[in-house]
Design a protein around this ligand. Structure first.
Ligand code: BDP
Length: 694
């Protein structure tokens, strides 16, 4: 040490304790080298031998012991956990396994990139072992509910040749500690299982493996018959079992570390065990037994209902999950995990937690979230979703009058389950923005952070993401923070509030306002609105009985209109438009006001973003600006459509003399139109006087 470096004490060596190129530790070394160069402008050298000074050492605790000697101060780590120590001469990044070492490397780089050079020494462990993402990619390359372009995996029925984007996705996912990805749609095509495609799946797995990410597959339950040519797909039939066994062998021969299977069955027209009067547990266990010898698991989705079934039309779809699964508790094999959407219906802007979380005590569970904004503006609207997820993860379901946070239940902590965690439907595509718009990426980042530690704060996570994505400028940080934190409440206000759910088109697009589509269909997302009243009575005393699926304390809270929070009022109760909320406003006036205030907030996003002109690169600035401009207009369409619809239905005017009056507004179709034509729209409420111009 001759003092030559002055204060520029960047590490000059990176010691990676595994020299095998396809290993996560090796990848961690490369990431560190590139990352440090970005921070310090100078390349550190990679070696595989221990150095005592001016180095970053990355590897597993065991590798360190073997190559460098005794480890000091490192606490016992859990699977995938890591230890980060920047205090000594040597920076230590030690994982419980190789994956953990890679996570630690990304953590260290993330600190530096955010300008945090403080000396730290701590261990970080995951809340739960299952931190998966699901892609709803079809073999033809289209992505169901995907808004970022076609698939990075599939095209024309096959796996693509060039897997560059897959490697880039692997890198992104590893940096947020995701450990498995299911690559094909839950509405699965059995042709994924042909030999050519399985070879392709193996290529994909090879690309993910160095990043510590395993690949999983969605199965089509009827495949033995529709694809395998058997006469049946009965899960208890010997030939069917043998067929799946054969397929499973073929897969594990190619992908020895395959994560497991994801199964959507007896749901929305997908085949399932009910065809043969077999239980969902019998179906899940069939696959569980096949993957068990390989250490695989089965994610069996709780999203079981049939919109074509007449009884759903008259009863309540929200009750389906508990009805189907509660009595099967304890019958599932240990490597089965029930994957449960966060709410009882379907990724709505506001739902109570699924009561199934509080009804399974001897069965492992994972929570299913949606990063792709299917009902939340489909990436054309800024909606930072983490605060919504937090309302569910932090909810206390009071099982046996004991604290029972959803996040502890799914982590396996509340009922002592070894398995548990989360899965998010992500649906990135080939678009360079991944999801379709730059600001939506905060949701993917936040998902990974919450999968690791669901107790993290949604705004803290967001701010890390902003600094990593847009740099350290204070104004940029404050502005994007404000816009993002206001975005979910605003979207809720102008799309559907008081627990009525997202009042969108329900029949197919799930985009744009269409409250009339919400009733009289098998999708069960009902408003039950008529001339005088609105809301779904889900009480035990008068309604569908859904509230009774919760543990007593929670059931009692929702049963009583006076203790039901305003934001879920119409989820649980059917009331007159003139019913007074806890806030003192009537329901209808709340609707009017909230739709105005939500749209007003959305309008500020554009101006807030424009205040960053010159502080964000032109390409991303313009791209985001375009979407915010659109959102400003579309939130007004939402506002007027919903308000007009309920004004038309109830006949109750807006006290603020806006809705149905608009004294200050001149409609385009009333003006002298040059070069435009008018036409009548459907649904009527989406344009003033049902007339739009083209
Ligand atoms: C609904 C989607 C549909 C999915 C289904 C599912 O609209 O495309 O197939 O969920 O989760 O939200 O299986």
């Amino acid at each position: 040490e001759n003092g030559l470096d002055g204060w520029l004490r960047l590490p000059s060596n990176i010691v990676t304790l595994n020299a095998t190129e396809a290993s996560p530790v090796y990848v961690a070394g490369t990431e560190l080298q590139n990352g440090l160069k970005g921070v310090y402008g100078k390349s550190a050298q990679i070696t595989h031998k221990c150095k005592t000074s001016s180095s970053v050492v990355v590897g597993t605790v065991d590798q360190y012991r073997e190559i460098c000697g005794a480890v000091k101060d490192v606490p016992e780590l859990e699977e995938d956990g890591f230890w980060l120590n920047t205090k000594g001469q040597t920076i230590q990044i030690l994982g419980q396994n190789e994956r953990g070492a890679l996570y630690g490397a990304f953590e260290y780089l993330s600190m530096l990139a955010q300008g945090n050079f403080s000396k730290v020494a701590y261990a970080s462990n995951p809340s739960a072992p299952i931190r998966w993402v699901n892609q709803w990619d079809n073999m033809d390359g289209r992505i169901e509910r995907g808004y970022g372009g076609p698939s990075i995996f599939f095209k024309d029925g096959q796996i693509v040749d060039d897997l560059t984007r897959v490697a880039e996705y692997a890198r992104l996912l590893a940096s947020i500690r995701i450990n498995a990805v299911v690559i094909n749609n839950v509405n699965a095509d059995a042709a994924t299982l042909n030999a050519t495609n399985l070879d392709g799946v193996a290529r994909i797995a090879d690309v993910f493996r160095p990043y510590g990410i395993q690949v999983g597959l969605s199965l089509n339950f009827a495949a033995p018959q529709t694809y395998g040519g058997l006469s049946t797909f009965d899960p208890l039939d010997a030939s069917v079992i043998e067929w799946w066994s054969n397929i499973t062998t073929q897969i594990y021969d190619r992908v020895p570390d395959m994560a497991g299977y994801l199964v959507k069955a007896d749901s929305e027209g997908q085949p399932g065990p009910q065809t043969y009067n077999r239980t969902l547990a019998e179906a899940a266990n069939l696959f569980a037994k096949e993957v068990q010898p390989y250490g695989g698991i089965v994610m069996y989705r709780a999203f079981v209902y049939n919109q074509l079934n007449e009884s759903i039309w008259t009863d309540d779809r929200a009750k389906a999950a508990v009805e189907f699964f509660k009595d099967l508790d304890g019958e599932f094999d240990d490597n089965v995990v029930i994957q449960i959407k966060f709410g009882p219906i379907d990724f709505q802007v506001r739902e109570p937690p699924s009561p199934l979380f509080a009804n399974l005590f001897n069965t492992s569970m994972a929570i299913e979230l949606q990063v792709t904004q299917e009902y939340l503006g489909q990436q054309s609207h800024l909606v930072y979703v983490a605060p919504l997820w937090k309302t569910i993860l932090d909810a206390d379901l009071r099982v046996d009058q004991q604290p029972s946070l959803v996040r502890d239940i799914v982590a396996g902590k509340r009922f002592n389950r070894k398995l548990g965690g989360s899965a998010a439907v992500v649906n990135v595509g080939t678009n360079t923005t991944w999801l379709g718009s730059h600001l939506s990426m905060s949701n993917l980042y936040a998902y990974g952070r919450l999968a690791w530690n669901p107790a993290d704060d949604a705004q803290d996570i967001l701010q890390d993401w902003i600094r990593l994505t847009f740099g350290l400028d204070r104004k940029v940080l404050d502005t994007i923070t404000r816009m993002s934190m206001e975005s979910w409440p605003a979207y809720e206000q102008y799309s559907g509030n008081l627990g009525i759910q997202t009042l969108t088109d329900i029949l197919y697009t799930h985009y744009g306002p269409n409250p009339a589509s919400q009733d009289n269909n098998g999708w069960g997302q009902w408003t039950r609105a008529d001339q005088t009243s609105i809301g779904m009575d889900r009480t035990v005393s008068n309604g569908t009985g859904f509230s009774g699926q919760y543990p007593d304390e929670i059931a009692a809270m929702y049963e009583d209109i006076n203790t039901t929070p305003d934001d879920l009022l119409l989820w649980f109760h059917h009331v007159n438009y003139t019913h007074r909320l806890q806030s003192g406003k009537t329901v209808i006036q709340h609707f009017y006001d909230a739709h105005y205030s939500g749209a007003e907030t959305a309008e500020t996003f554009l101006a807030q973003w424009e205040s960053l002109h010159g502080k964000i690169d032109t390409e991303r600035y313009n791209h985001v600006r375009h979407f915010l401009d659109y959102q400003t207009g579309h939130s007004i369409v939402w506002r007027d459509a919903i308000n007009n619809f309920y004004y038309n239905l109830s006949g109750i005017p807006d006290e603020a003399t806006r809705v149905g009056h608009h004294p200050w507004r001149i409609e385009a179709e009333d003006m002298k139109l040059e070069g435009y034509k008018t036409y009548t729209v459907s649904p009527f409420e989406t344009a003033s006087g049902s007339v739009a111009i083209v």
